[in-house]
Design a protein around this ligand. Structure first.
Ligand code: GDP
Length: 140
């Protein structure tokens, strides 16, 4: 089973990319695809479309386009629910000890990592960043 993760611009900019990846690998995820991207405004708006009416939508789009982020497809038998556990609550102050957000997030917005929140969204989000043909190439 696959899910989409994004190491956000705060963590990449702070030089924490390797440390976050290390936690994810230690927790048992396999990295199946990865690409460093600088999201355009149009891409960030489309990715977070579901939040368009929320007060934090415009600042969220500004933050997500502020610098490069690392988009990844992660694999694990229970990838979606398990990655949500491993990243912790949206607000790092509420996140459990040892979670990625507790360890590396700065604030509720600048919270280090994104992870798909349902199997349906995982399929949509993986396809958003990684066309299927590209993933198939890895299987040789
Ligand atoms: P997630 O699934 O835990 O990432 O949280 P959501 O899907 O609810 O929100 C998407 C992203 O919007 C979060 O990861 C934060 O970066 C940002 N965000 C969510 N809620 C807030 C908020 O109340 N204030 C601000 N400034 N940003 C928020």
């Amino acid at each position: 089973m696959q899910t989409l993760a994004i190491i956000k611009p705060d963590a990449v900019g702070a030089g924490k990319t390797g440390q976050v990846l290390s936690v994810l690998e230690q927790k048992g995820f396999k990295v199946r695809a990865a690409r460093l991207v600088r999201l355009s405004r149009v891409e960030a708006e489309a990715f977070y479309e579901v939040h368009r009416e929320r007060p934090f939508y415009a600042p969220l789009v500004a933050f997500m386009t502020s610098g490069p982020c690392l988009t990844m497809v992660l694999e694990h038998p229970d990838a979606v629910a398990y990655l949500r556990d491993v990243i912790g609550a949206t607000d790092p102050a509420q996140a459990a000890p040892g979670t990625v957000r507790r360890l590396y997030a700065e604030s509720k917005e600048r919270n280090a990592i994104h992870a798909s929140d349902s199997p349906e969204n995982a399929v949509r989000e993986v396809a958003f960043f990684f066309p299927e043909a590209e993933l198939r190439k890895l299987d040789g």
